[in-house]
Write a protein that binds this ligand. Structure first.
Ligand SMILES: Nc1nc2c(ncn2[C@@H]2O[C@H](COP(=O)(O)OP(=O)(O)OP(=O)(O)O)[C@@H](O)[C@H]2O)c(=O)[nH]1
Ligand SMILES: [Mg+2]
Length: 193
């Protein structure tokens, strides 16, 4: 099983990033879905990526080096922040478009979706990844907020909303650590491809 033994901040980027030498696993999702927290949780380091209860916290592309160059984890700015200005939204589109079109190193995209708050924006993100033929894994976050008895039906509903089968979605929580083993297995599989 994959073990993250070492995680360190490598660099931040706005425009001009052309991809590094290590394979990249990037984390995308709506603003406030828990991307930075997810990175901290799987790396066992609460201080690695900056997290905040204020949406729109991560504005740059932040790159973390895992296990001395085995792969890089990329924390991307969130989309669909309701209060973002038109200029902010255009900047996000440009920044992400540039990243996806120029990073040959992308090995996999982890798409984080809030189990309580799935959105059209998430569907658009998946369409975009299908269009560019970028492989992805969908992870439903904040599952600790759902009653145990409702979890399976919420997972099924979220998967159906996104046009996926139930088994193609990993139920996850950074609080309860639900799904963390599946994430580590997934990382292991991805690194073997
Ligand atoms: N209950 C619960 N809260 C979570 C979980 N993951 C993250 N949060 C909380 O959600 C808020 C946003 O977390 P971040 O990790 O900063 O979210 P982000 O997706 O990086 O947000 P942006 O950088 O703004 O796009 C914080 O208050 C976190 O503590 C989770 O699994 N369960
Ligand atoms: Mg963030």
């Amino acid at each position: 099983m994959m073990q993250i033994k070492k995680a360190e901040f490598l660099k931040s980027f706005a425009f001009g990033y052309e991809g590094g030498s290590a394979p990249e696993i990037c984390v995308v999702g709506r603003s406030n879905v828990g991307k930075s927290t997810f990175i901290n949780t799987i790396c066992n380091n609460g201080k690695l990526a900056k997290t905040s209860s204020t949406p729109g916290r991560t504005r740059l592309i932040n790159i973390f080096s895992i296990n001395d160059g085995q792969f890089n984890l990329v924390d991307l700015p969130g989309y669909g922040f309701a209060k973002a200005s038109k200029t902010d939204k255009d900047t996000w589109d440009e920044l992400m478009g540039h990243y996806f079109e120029h990073s040959d190193a992308i090995k996999q995209v982890f798409v984080l979706v809030d189990i309580r708050n799935r959105s059209e924006k998430d569907k658009q993100m998946l369409e975009y990844l299908y269009y560019y033929r970028i492989p992805f894994t969908v992870i439903a976050t904040k599952c600790d907020k759902i009653k145990k008895s409702a979890l399976i039906s919420e997972i099924t509903a979220t998967a159906a909303f996104l046009g996926l089968g139930r088994d193609n979605l990993i139920a996850y929580s950074s609080v309860s650590k639900l799904g963390i083993d599946k994430i580590m297995l997934r990382l292991e599989e991805i690194m073997q491809i």
